[in-house]
Design a protein around this ligand. Structure first.
Ligand code: 4NP
Length: 157
């Protein structure tokens, strides 16, 4: 079982979408026995909250239900639990190394898997409108798909 933790700042906008897209793809491919995903924030600002209303609405537009997720901060124990840490931006990536002791070898920025990316960061849509959340969804969706393909090649499934 490969365990993946998707990480952003608040764990209410971007990483819940990444978790939702990943779980949806894994389910559609019938690979639930091979992959486990969770998401967390480098801050605990929104601990216990459901994902942002606009993230929920955009996920629903693409037939993915993320409403049951709840925000949680990254813990120092996560580095022992997870095989991959997928940061939404370079700031999250550096927090994971400096504050949570995550091994850089297990750590990627999600857009490293986005072939069209000129920028390594998934933009933070917090405070913006539904169209921005839709743009963010599209970035996350194509990147997560490439990330899963990368994993499938590695484990030769
Ligand atoms: P996220 O977005 O990191 O994608 O969940 C944010 C959520 C909340 C805040 C910032 C970004 N905030 O400042 O509370």
């Amino acid at each position: 079982m490969i365990k993946v933790l998707f990480v952003c700042l608040g764990n209410i906008c971007r990483s819940p979408l990444a978790q939702g897209v990943f779980e949806d793809l894994v389910k559609k491919k019938g690979l639930q026995d091979h992959f486990y995903a969770d998401s967390a924030g480098v801050s605990g600002w929104h601990r216990g909250e459901p994902p942002h209303e606009l993230s929920c609405r955009i996920a629903e537009k693409y037939s993915i239900d993320i409403t049951k997720q709840r925000s949680r901060p990254v813990t120092t124990g996560d580095k022992f639990e997870f095989d991959y840490f997928i940061a939404m931006d370079q700031s999250n990536r550096s927090s994971l190394i400096k504050e949570f002791g995550v091994d850089p070898e297990k750590l990627y920025c999600l857009r490293e898997f986005d072939k069209t990316a000129g920028d390594m960061d998934v933009p933070d849509p917090y405070g913006s409108n539904l169209a921005s959340f839709d743009d963010v969804y599209k970035i996350i969706s194509r990147s997560v798909e490439q990330f899963l393909n990368h994993l499938l090649k590695k484990i030769k499934l």
